[in-house]
Each structure stands twice: as structure tokens, then as C-alpha cells.
Design a protein around this ligand. Sequence first.
Ligand code: HEC
Ligand code: HEC
Ligand code: HEC
Ligand code: HEC
Ligand code: HEC
Ligand code: HEC
Ligand code: HEC
Ligand code: HEC
Length: 511
Amino acid sequence: MRSILVIIAASIIFSISDDTVEAKGLDKGVGPYGEFWKPIPTQRYWAPDYFYTPPEEPKGVYSEEECVACHKALNPGLVKAWEESNHANFDKIDKIQNYQNIDSRLAPVTNPPYAPIGKLQDYQREKLAEIEKHLGKKLTAVGCIDCHGKIGAEKLDHAKELVMPSAAHCGECHKQEFEEFESEKHYGIPDWKPGRESHAKAYDANLDVDVWAAQDKNIVQGCDMCHNIQHKCDSCHTRHAFRASEARRPEACQTCHNGPDHPDIEYYRDSKHGSIYFIEGNSWDWNKQLKDANYISPTCQSCHMYYKGQYSHNMVRKAIMGEGDVLFYDNIFKGIKPTDYIKNSKELQSRREAWIEVCVQCHSQRFSRDYLDSMDKASDSIFHYVSDAYATIKSLYEEEILYPMPENRPKAPAPVIEKYPDLLGGFYGEFWAKGGNPSRIEKDFLYMWENDAFLVRKGLAHMNPNGFTYISWSNLLKKYVDIQSEANTLRRLAALEKKTKLRSKKIREKK
Ligand code: HEC
Ligand code: HEC
Ligand code: HEC
Ligand code: HEC
Ligand code: HEC
Ligand code: HEC
Ligand code: HEC
Ligand code: HEC
């Protein structure tokens, strides 16, 4: 029995991690809707695994010294960031016999928050030693060629061999971090698509969206710039400094975790947790590993990277709501309210317990539990309004008085398939519109489930009192009122049209 389970588990793992990379170049797209779109030039950088090809010039085979010299003239800022990084300075460490005196021998960079150039902490020396063991040689530096070509190569053919390093490329040295990162693929939100949501499948999520495939890539490349985190590690550790200390600060998450559909940084910033960070954070030691940091107020990283006593690059092991796709969308159609859904799932219950372990580092158990339970109960109130709004729109559709009805308006471009009534207020309407498709009432519903509903729970999750009252709940009710009011108008108009015989009895054939 056990061996069968192992085989099943292994086959799931292998099927999940089987990322098929096809297109190289810009002549065709990738993913389930690849035939419907073509990449634009900037996407070479957003998804290098799929689209990157080197520039035709310069033509030449260069050594590491030549890369640095020429690019110092071309892009001094870029080279400076690398020169000041640990990657460029392992040789300095090796030359110094007495590690204790390392500070006084090397020019210090700002400290805090950043460690002096070439200063490795003990745990980093251990990591260096492990990487050297794994590569089977001493590392004096990680140079341009190690990342933009093959690790350890002496020379690189600029026009033929140049690459943009993928997460897997960094993972050839940083095995542990890469494996942790990839392990997200085995978690994600239960009952949602396998391994999602997660950083490790974020670009796949994009490729899966029909309206993304249909839309102008010069606009929807914005999606790529956040969702490319699946393929690139220069998201929390920006190039070419690649610092752990930078990645430990909440600001490292803000470029992607902001805005109307996931205002994580805004909510955190204005919470008590965030206020303390903003008032005191500059005096905290960002060079310490999370496990030794002992902040008095939590950060995104200290909350989300923690799982049962350890911190890792897997940030989704405690996720319950995701972007609300199951709690406030799929479950609306199934009529399962959040408290029941969470109560009936062993997996979600154990994720909740794992959250409590985070809070009790600073709060009482009762405080933490009561607070998070209230987040679930509030989710039921949200659920009630979203369900009711959907029922209203669905019945307008069935009464054939939506204006315009789907058959009387332009169709969304392929590959979007409009299946009604399920697609009323569907996601495609967030990024495409024409000639009354979608109608205003559908768009209101879209904003309601995609933004406001989710924001109420998000506000509670991030302890931001206004986040779940005026900013989201009040807006959710505004959409609800607009939907009811528009429904009344449509019904009154239809009655009037019928009475004055302006409206034919049946607008369309019943299928
Ligand atoms: C003789 C000068 C020269 C040398 C030597 C040189 N490069 Fe370049 N490199 C260039 C130029 C010119 C470009 C194109 C710059 C542009 O478009 O702004 C470029 C572009 C790049 C790019 C960006 C490509 C892109 O798609 O945007 C990378 C990465 C790069 N070089 C890495 C290297 C590496 C690694 C080496 C050493 C093997 C190296 N370069 C050596 C001149 C040089
Ligand atoms: C630790 C790995 C690493 C090292 C070392 C490294 N790079 Fe990069 N470089 C990256 C990553 C990651 C990107 C972004 C890739 C992407 O956008 O797909 C990048 C992008 C670039 C780009 C194009 C993007 C831009 O901002 O213009 C250039 C040019 C470049 N690197 C040059 C260099 C040069 C020159 C060196 C050596 C001084 C160097 N890199 C060393 C990882 C590295
Ligand atoms: C040739 C091996 C090698 C490659 C390739 C490599 N690194 Fe490193 N990197 C190291 C070593 C060794 C260290 C020092 C040990 C440590 O701090 O983990 C290091 C350190 C780091 C640090 C901590 C630096 C600090 O100052 O806090 C980060 C972050 C990092 N690397 C990210 C990356 C990313 C992202 C990539 C790919 C774009 C990459 N590395 C590619 C070997 C490599
Ligand atoms: C500012 C960064 C950003 C932009 C721009 C962005 N997203 Fe996202 N997206 C996120 C984040 C962060 C999440 C996860 C939110 C959460 O769980 O709270 C997410 C979640 C999602 C999800 C649900 C995840 C899943 O695995 O099913 C999909 C689908 C998605 N985005 C697609 C898109 C598409 C398509 C676009 C552009 C039309 C887009 N996103 C634009 C950051 C972004
Ligand atoms: C979502 C943000 C995020 C992403 C994406 C991310 N990291 Fe990190 N990384 C962090 C944080 C935060 C730390 C500090 C962890 C700690 O202190 O325990 C860290 C630490 C590291 C370290 C330890 C270096 C040291 O010296 O402390 C390495 C190496 C590293 N990351 C490599 C990578 C690689 C490789 C990738 C891509 C596969 C990656 N990271 C993607 C946030 C991120
Ligand atoms: C005090 C701990 C804490 C801090 C600090 C924190 N979060 Fe959260 N976060 C939570 C909790 C609790 C949830 C809700 C989990 C659930 O649905 O039950 C959550 C949910 C999320 C989600 C939705 C995915 C999920 O796990 O369900 C994202 C994305 C997220 N947070 C990002 C961030 C970002 C980015 C920051 C920093 C700007 C941050 N968080 C700060 C505790 C925290
Ligand atoms: C380059 C953009 C980017 C950065 C930087 C980034 N994220 Fe994300 N994050 C995303 C995207 C995109 C998703 C949605 C993944 C998907 O579509 O499945 C996501 C998803 C998540 C989730 C899971 C959401 C869920 O629904 O389960 C958590 C938790 C999370 N991020 C936390 C963080 C934290 C904490 C940081 C900073 C340390 C961070 N992220 C930095 C883009 C980013
Ligand atoms: C590293 C310590 C730390 C962790 C971990 C932490 N908090 Fe906090 N929290 C604080 C501090 C400090 C305050 C500010 C208390 C005050 O306002 O007097 C605070 C405030 C709060 C508040 C507002 C309280 C008030 O009186 O207004 C709530 C709610 C809260 N935390 C919930 C949580 C939950 C739930 C978790 C776990 C998901 C958590 N916290 C994790 C330290 C922490």
C-alpha cells in the first residue's frame, strides 16, 4: 500500500514539475493559448526561459575581465552594483587570514542596513563552503559569465551563448533556496489549480488567462512584470546587488503586492505592525537571518516564510484564501460558505494552526485565535452579499433583460469563450470592453468579487481596521446598491417596453 502511495506521489510530483519550455524567439507564444498571441521584444526579459535570444552585436568571444571593462563603460551603474555585492568579493575574504578583522580591512558600505563589502557572516561562509563543495572548486567570485553564460566558463561568445539567468540557473549554486522555492508547486490553495497560487507557478497563472492572451501585450506585459517571479530570482533580491538584507524588508514585496486587487503593502503599512516597522525598522539588523532576527513587530517575510519553527522560500504553506478564487468565486456557485468550507478541510485547519504559531510569538493564543476566527466569520458576511449579487444578475439574464444581452453585443476576442450565465461579470471584463460588453452591472459585480470581497478578508488578515471597513466593506456595499438599483431600472424599463409593445415577447429563441 505504502509503495503504491509513493509511486502515486512521485508521479504527481514529476507531472507537476514538468515545465515544458518551448519557444525561443518572438515568433510564437507559449502556454495553453500560445497560438493566439505573439510576444513583444520586452517579453524576452520578462520570460527569458521562453523568449530570450542574445543581441547580434557585439560579435566576439570575451573573458570575464573584458565583460567588466566594456560594461563599466557602457553601464557603470549596473557594474557598480555587482562590484559592491558579495558575489564579486569572495576573493577578498579568502585573502584575509583573520576573519574577525575583516571590517577594518575593507571599505565599508552603508551599515546598517547593508553589510560591508566582502564581509561574510558565519552562516554565509558555511553556504559558500557548501556551494564550493558542490561545484568541486574554490569560488573567488560569481562573475558576469557565471550568470550570463555557463558557470565556471572562462570565455563567452556574446552573440551566441549569452543568456538571462533563470531561477534554475541561480539554483545550480543555490540548491537549497531553489528547492524551497520550487516546493511551492506542491502546495497552493486546495481545490484550486494544482500548485497555485504560488510564486513557483506565477507565470503559468498568467498564461492560463484567456483575456491576457487576447490583449495588447504592450499593456498586459504589466502582468508579466509581476508574474515572472516564477522564472527569475531578481524580484526580492534585485540585480545586480542580490542582497539577502534587501529581501528581508517588506518593501521588497511592494512592487507586486499592491493595488486594488491585492493591497498587501498598503494594508500592512497602515496596520500597527507596519507602523512599528516604519518607526523603528531602520534600527533593526537586516543582516541577521530571519531565524535570529527577533523583530518586535512582524514583517511580510517573518509571517509568510515561517512554517513550524523554520523559515524558507516556500511562502504558501499557510495560504487559505489565495486571491479569493475559491472562497469568494468558485464556492459562490457551489453555495459553500467560508466558515463551513474551512471547518470541513483538515488541510486548511492545519494551515490555520500554523498561523496561530506565528502570532503566539508576540500575542496570547486566545487573542490570536479569536482574531483569525473573526476573519472567517466576516468572510461569511462577504459571501452572502456576493452570492446575492450574482443571483440578481443571473436572474436578469434569465429574464432576458440584461442590456445589452450577450447575443446582441460584440463577442470578446478569442480565446475568451463566453459561457453564460457562469461568465456574467467574469474576469475577462477587467481587461477588455467593447460596445456594451460587459454591461455596467456585470462590471460592478466583477469589481465586487475580484476586488472588494477579497479586500475585506485581506484587511482583516493584515490587521488594518480601515482596510476591512471603509476601504472595502463600504465599497462592496456600494457595488451591491448599484447592482440592485440597476436591476430595478432594467426591470422597470422592461415592464414599460412590454406595456407599450416596444418589446417583442421573446427577444431570442430559448435554447
Ligand atoms: C566590447 C564591449 C563588450 C564586451 C567585451 C562585452 N559586452 Fe556585453 N554588451 C555590449 C554591447 C554593446 C551590448 C548591447 C548594449 C545595448 O543594447 O545597450 C551588450 C549587451 C550585453 C547584455 C545585455 C543583452 C540584452 O539582451 O540586453 C549582457 C547580459 C551582456 N552584454 C553581458 C556580457 C558578458 C557576460 C560579457 C563577457 C563575456 C560581455 N557582455 C562583454 C558590449 C560588450
Ligand atoms: C548573480 C548573477 C548575475 C551576475 C553575476 C551578473 N548578472 Fe547581469 N543579470 C542577472 C539577472 C538575473 C538579470 C535579469 C534577467 C532578466 O531580466 O531576465 C541580469 C540582467 C543583465 C543585463 C540586461 C538587463 C538590464 O538591466 O539592462 C545586463 C546588461 C547585464 N545583466 C550585464 C551584466 C554584467 C556586465 C555583469 C558582470 C559585471 C553581470 N550582468 C553579472 C544576473 C547576473
Ligand atoms: C557560481 C555560483 C553562484 C551563482 C550562479 C549565483 N550565486 Fe548567489 N551566491 C553564491 C555564493 C557562494 C554566495 C555566498 C553565500 C551565501 O550568502 O549564500 C552567494 C550569495 C548570494 C546572496 C546573498 C548575498 C548577500 O549579500 O546577502 C543572494 C541573495 C544570492 N546569492 C542570490 C543569487 C541569485 C538570485 C542568483 C541568480 C541570478 C545567484 N545568486 C547566482 C554563489 C552563486
Ligand atoms: C502588481 C503586480 C501584478 C500585476 C500587474 C498582475 N498581477 Fe496577477 N497577481 C499578483 C499577485 C501578488 C497575486 C496574488 C494575490 C494574492 O493571493 O493575494 C496575483 C494573482 C493572480 C491570479 C490568481 C493566481 C492563480 O494562480 O490562479 C491570476 C490568474 C493573475 N494574478 C493573473 C493576472 C493577469 C492576467 C494580470 C494582467 C492582466 C495580472 N495578474 C496582473 C500580482 C500582479
Ligand atoms: C519573495 C521574495 C524572495 C524571492 C522570490 C527569492 N528570495 Fe531569496 N531570500 C528572500 C529572503 C527574505 C531571504 C532571507 C531569508 C532568511 O533570512 O532566512 C532570502 C535569502 C536568500 C539566500 C540566502 C543568502 C544569504 O547569504 O543569506 C539566497 C542564496 C537566496 N535567497 C537565493 C534566492 C534564489 C536563488 C531565488 C530564486 C529561486 C530567490 N532567492 C528568490 C526572499 C526571496
Ligand atoms: C502578522 C502576520 C502577517 C504579516 C506581517 C503579513 N501577512 Fe500576509 N497574511 C497574513 C494572514 C494571517 C493571511 C491570511 C491567511 C488566510 O486566508 O487565512 C495573509 C494573507 C496574505 C496573502 C494571501 C495569500 C494567503 O496566504 O492566503 C498574501 C499574498 C499576503 N498575505 C502577502 C503579504 C505581504 C506582501 C505582506 C507585507 C506587505 C504581508 N502579507 C504581511 C499574515 C501576515
Ligand atoms: C515580482 C513580483 C513579486 C514579488 C517581488 C513578490 N511577490 Fe508574492 N506573488 C507574486 C505573484 C504574481 C503571486 C501570485 C502567484 C500566482 O499567480 O499563482 C504571488 C503570490 C504570493 C503569495 C501566495 C498567494 C496565495 O494566494 O497563496 C504569497 C504569500 C506571497 N506572494 C508573498 C510574498 C512576499 C512575502 C513577498 C516579499 C518577501 C513577495 N510575495 C514578493 C509576485 C511577487
Ligand atoms: C513579532 C511580534 C508579532 C507577531 C508575530 C504578530 N504580532 Fe500582532 N502586534 C504586535 C505588536 C507589537 C502590536 C502592537 C500592539 C499595540 O498596539 O499595542 C500588534 C498588534 C496587533 C493587532 C492590533 C491590536 C490592537 O490592540 O490594536 C492585531 C489584531 C494583531 N497584532 C494580530 C496579530 C495576529 C493575528 C498575528 C498572527 C497572524 C500577529 N498579530 C503576529 C506584534 C506581533
